[in-house]
Design a protein around this ligand. Sequence first.
Ligand code: URA
Length: 202
Amino acid sequence: MNRVIYEPDFDLSVVESLEALQERVTGCARCNLRAGCTRVVFGEGNPSARLMLIGEGPGADEDRLGRPFVGKAGQLLDKILAAVGLERFTHTYIANVVKCRPPGNRAPRAEEAEQCLPWLYRQIELISPGIIVLMGSSALQFLVDSRAKITGMRGRWLVSRSGIKIMPTYHPAALLRDASKKRPVWEDFKQVKEAFSNLTGV
Ligand code: URA
């Protein structure tokens, strides 16, 4: 597959604020997802957050409201965060691998993620978090390794080339389907909170 992210016409280093980036993303039609969704879900939270959470892509509720993780999975995510003493708008910034809803909530395809990831990479650069939580297989596979399995990788820290600590864990929607995943996610978020406290003193 041709990689487009390094083409000069898609050099996002000139985009110097999240607001400017959001404006660019809102006009994006680089893949076919935009034609089938209601709106672009850019992401939200504290733009200076040291902790960034990355999911898969907007679902029906997110598509309707234009905000990430506002449906059932989002409500569970808020509870998980609260259980370790974190609050989404104060302590985190939340985004997704793809910013337009895949039809029928299917996982994003590689060619869709590939078109969308440059936006996320720039978002990460502008927010500059110290810690990223990758929630679910799509986030893990598109950002770390396409062959990685979330079951084997969750709960163990990875470090990005620029030194960001990365924690893969299950997607909150997976917990809604399988309650036995609650305990491991709780353990993962306890580790995240500890690293967050070490980083920020909070
Ligand atoms: N699932 C995701 O991966 N992202 C959302 O924003 C909502 C549900």
